[in-house]
Design a protein around this ligand. Structure first.
Ligand code: RP5
Length: 166
């Protein structure tokens, strides 16, 4: 599923240490059978790779980018600056400031270059993947069915256990 050849979603992160959070984005895409790739691309440590990745993404067939970063989290914004593809940013829960640094540096994009910013941590990673799938599902009936089924399963799981003590 993660083969780069037919990837439609690029899941990128600033460091291997972000994988603990970003694995949840990949797992969600996997559950929906969305072809995706996973890459470490650092805005600070590998700036040229960042430019190359963003500039080549459209031609390689990537349709949406999910980008996780922590601290001074430039990665989603810089990717968005270099590609017209939708970019969804996931603030990683940093040790020093609990992810508030990541959140604010991703969400406060000046007008003109948007980054859709999700919640800090696992919830953001899962929801970024779901948003990416929702974008693709606009023109992919099979994926729309899979997304509806995902939501139905989630609904049924809650309704099946109404008593939190049980
Ligand atoms: C950011 O710096 C990464 O996105 C990561 O969240 C943070 C810390 O990276 P490491 O020092 O753990 O590699 O670029």
């Amino acid at each position: 599923m993660t083969a780069a050849a037919n990837a439609r979603v690029g899941v990128v992160m600033g460091s291997r240490s972000d994988w603990e959070t970003m694995q949840h984005a990949a797992a969600t895409l996997e559950e929906l059978s969305v072809p995706h790739e996973v890459r470490v691309v650092s805005a600070h440590r590998t700036p040229d790779l960042l430019f190359d990745y963003a500039e080549a993404a459209v031609a390689r067939g990537i349709e949406v980018i999910v980008a996780g970063a922590g601290g001074a989290a430039h990665l989603p914004g810089m990717l968005a600056a270099k590609t017209r593809l939708p970019v969804f940013g996931v603030p990683i829960q940093s040790k020093a400031l609990n992810g508030m640094d990541s959140l604010l540096s991703i969400v406060q994009m000046p007008a003109g270059i948007p980054v859709g910013t999700l919640a800090i941590g696992r919830a953001g990673a899962v929801n970024a993947a779901l948003l990416a799938a929702a974008v693709l599902a606009l023109h992919d009936p099979a994926l729309a069915v899979a997304l509806d089924a995902f939501r139905a399963r989630q609904c049924e799981a809650v309704l099946a256990h109404p008593d939190p003590r049980a």
